[in-house]
Ligand binder design. Structure first.
Ligand SMILES: C=CC1=C(C)c2cc3[nH]c(cc4nc(cc5[nH]c(cc1n2)c(C)c5CCC(=O)O)C(CCC(=O)O)=C4C)c(C)c3C=C
Ligand SMILES: [Fe+2]
Ligand SMILES: [Fe+2]
Length: 361
């Protein structure tokens, strides 16, 4: 049992919001990548192969080579302040905190943690409790639920709680793949990009893949991605031939969700498509999988196959409409936890904004 959870008479009761992202290495080096990849790929939620078979593969074939190869990729996208995933997550947390302070009379504490690496969920949860958070709303920064991302983060939270004598009350957000304000922010992002750079022949809506077997076992992720893609296309009034939903980041030899982004782009290049724009709505922050795998690798696949122009549309990152959406999602899950202290005026304003952006559910 952790000592931080000891009950003290007269403690202040606060509400907290904990944003959880996947996690990222501390540095773009093989030394930093090794423990990161080891922890990530040892999680049975991520790799569902029996341990007896997986262990020799991980330790014999992956950990001796992948850290160096991945570190080289991270080097290409590393920001002066650190890993893009961490930099954007940190900024989003600060902006959400400020937005909730503006919207609510009694705003919650807002923090973020990484499921792998730092700041760890353990440290942040203990800190929130030490600061008096008796109620914590957990929001994974994955709009589409997958067992390998969302459930892995929730497992971590509940494992930490299982060691506490005095647990906080917990609420969790499963997913927000079809939330009107999230879809509106995505649509606005694309429209802004097109106003500045013109339109493509095709919009590629690319999501992180998962093994095909996870869909067969009942993971709703594929369905959630398809719905986000369809709602985004509807908000942009695109015909079926003007967009494609596909899946990137295949890991290993097994079949993953199809169509694969790389294969789709190669085919479009071969058929001499003039211009494609790629957006990755499953990532709310730019990261290795968008800045390197899409903006660099996928671009080269398309151009080498014969395509002309490739544009990568950045993630939502610190966009105001996305922070508004995150605040809407947060507030809708805090009912009864803030003594009804929502400023009605601010809520109406943000609803009006979302409607104006023309999102459909
Ligand atoms: C958006 C949700 C994500 C799902 C679902 C997901 C599943 C998944 N990922 C791997 C393997 C790797 N993913 C890696 C990086 C990575 N993955 C996500 C998100 C999801 N992954 C993000 C945001 C990132 C980027 C992290 C960053 O630091 O920028 C990596 C590490 C990089 C590398 O070496 O390629 C691996 C490995 C599996 C196997 C999986 C589902 C089973
Ligand atoms: Fe991943
Ligand atoms: Fe589906």
């Amino acid at each position: 049992m952790t000592s931080k959870s000891h009950y003290q008479h007269g403690s202040r009761n606060r509400t907290g919001v904990l944003l959880i992202n996947l996690g990222t290495p501390d540095a773009p080096t093989a030394q930093a990548l090794r423990p990161y990849l080891k922890e990530f790929l040892s999680n049975p939620r991520v790799i569902e192969v029996p341990r007896l078979i997986w262990w020799p593969i991980l330790h014999g074939f992956i950990l001796p080579f992948r850290p160096k190869a991945s570190a080289e990729k991270y080097t290409k996208i590393w920001m002066p302040e650190g890993s893009p995933l961490k930099v954007h997550t940190e900024r989003q947390t600060k902006l959400l905190r400020e937005m909730l302070q503006a919207r609510l009379k009694n705003p919650p504490m807002v923090e973020y943690a990484m499921n792998i690496g730092k700041p760890s969920v353990t440290t942040v949860l203990q800190n929130m409790q030490a600061q008096g958070c008796e109620r914590i709303l957990v929001i994974p920064l994955f709009p589409q639920y997958a067992a390998s991302s969302t459930a892995a983060a929730m497992d971590n939270v509940f494992m930490i709680l299982s060691r506490m004598r005095n647990q906080p009350a917990i609420r969790t957000v499963k997913q927000y793949h079809d939330h009107p304000a999230y879809i509106a922010a995505l649509a606005h992002n694309v429209r802004d990009y097109w106003s500045a750079h013109g339109r493509p022949d095709k919009l590629i809506i690319s999501f992180h893949g998962t093994p095909r077997s996870s869909l067969d076992k009942g993971d709703p992720y594929h369905c959630a991605c398809q719905k986000t893609g369809r709602l985004l296309a509807e908000a942009l009034t695109l015909d079926a031939n003007q967009y494609t939903v596909c899946f990137q980041s295949r890991f290993g030899k097994a079949k993953w969700l199809t169509p694969y982004t790389a294969v789709t782009l190669e085919e479009l290049g071969k058929s001499r498509t003039q211009r494609v724009d790629v957006i990755c709505p499953g990532f709310v922050s730019d990261c290795l999988e968008t800045l390197e795998e899409i903006a660099i690798e996928a671009k080269s696949i398309f151009v080498q196959a014969g395509g002309k122009e490739f544009h990568y549309i950045p993630c939502l990152n610190e966009r105001n409409d996305w922070i508004q959406a995150l605040a809407d999602i947060t507030c809708s899950h805090l009912h009864g936890w803030l003594d009804n202290e929502v400023s009605e005026e601010a809520t109406q304003l943000s609803r009006k904004l979302a409607l104006e952006m023309g999102a459909k559910s």
